[in-house]
Design a protein around this ligand. Structure first.
Ligand SMILES: NC(=O)c1ccc[n+]([C@@H]2O[C@H](COP(=O)([O-])OP(=O)(O)OC[C@H]3O[C@@H](n4cnc5c(N)ncnc54)[C@H](OP(=O)(O)O)[C@@H]3O)[C@@H](O)[C@H]2O)c1
Length: 246
């Protein structure tokens, strides 16, 4: 799919991987809408990019999402790409009495339930376009969990499963293409508690996404995710052990 001259909404576009995607897509002549909870961060990001608008929106808040959808429907009815990138993660393990219920509830609220609500709310706009796409950002841990990010891993596996169903259904009678972006560990504040400083650059992840969309590669396995996926299919127990070594 050609990814120029489109209108693209990126959740969590004010930092990290989402911001790098926003930079590359704005440089390719797309109109960008970035959303997140922190207005100052969003505004600073939007001011530094071409043709980019910031809208404050907490995707876990129903009123915020209703307001976002109303604004987008009115001002950007041509919206054709939704990038579901916003995410939360807690590093802990199940032997720490760390509040797994509260942490997993928050992760699933952001990473899974809110992604589904926003996607469903924007589907009418996306369906109205001749060519449209949805990108769901999962992770290498969607294949095998990292035991120190346990419920985050669960949430990404759930989004991966949702993405498979969504792609299958939308392929039947819409022109919406559904992509899954699967980064490995990325060097970002988000992943500092689980060794993120050894991860790949978010710029490379963003470049990989653009290549994947351009080539209609629906499962975009970035960096070591591709080899890990093959290893997981051949030897799941060994792949799990490799994910959790050390
Ligand atoms: N870093 C990694 O190693 C890695 C690896 C694989 C996959 N990923 C995935 O990549 C995506 C981006 O993460 P990142 O690494 O770039 O970290 P990041 O910089 O922390 O980005 C997460 C973004 O989500 C936004 N966000 C969080 N909760 C939100 C909410 N309720 N409503 C709206 N926006 C919200 C944050 O902005 P506010 O806080 O201002 O709301 C932030 O801009 C996530 O889905 C993550 O799971 C990351």
């Amino acid at each position: 799919m050609n990814i120029t001259n489109k209108t693209v909404l990126i959740t969590g576009g004010g930092s990290g991987i989402g911001l790098e995607i926003a930079k590359l897509l704005s440089a390719k002549g797309n109109k960008i809408i970035i959303i997140g909870r922190t207005e100052s961060k969003l505004k600073a990001a939007a001011a530094a990019l071409h043709n980019t608008t910031a809208i404050r929106c907490d995707i876990t808040s129903e009123p915020d999402v209703k307001d976002l959808v109303a604004q987008v429907s009115e001002k950007y009815p041509e919206l054709s790409v939704l990038i579901n990138n916003a995410g939360r993660a807690f590093a802990y393990n199940h032997n720490e009495n760390a509040g797994a219920f509260e942490k997993s509830t928050e992760e699933f609220a952001t990473n899974y339930f809110s992604l589904i609500r926003l996607t469903e709310s924007l589907l009418p706009l996306l369906k109205a376009q001749a060519e449209a796409a949805i990108v769901n950002v999962t992770s290498i841990v969607a294949f095998a969990p990292l035991a120190n990010l346990p419920s985050y891993s669960d949430s990404k596996a759930a989004v991966r499963s949702y993405t498979l169903s969504l792609r299958h259904i939308l392929a039947k009678n819409t022109s919406i293409k559904v992509f899954e972006l699967m980064p490995p560990m990325v060097n970002i504040e988000f992943s500092k508690d689980v060794g993120g400083e050894h991860g790949m650059s978010p710029v490379e992840v963003a470049k990989g996404l653009i290549d994947g969309i351009t080539n209609d590669e629906f499962e975009i396995k970035i960096g070591q995710t591709a080899d890990f996926r093959k290893f997981y299919l051949a030897a799941p127990a060994e792949a799990f052990a490799m994910m959790n070594q050390g």
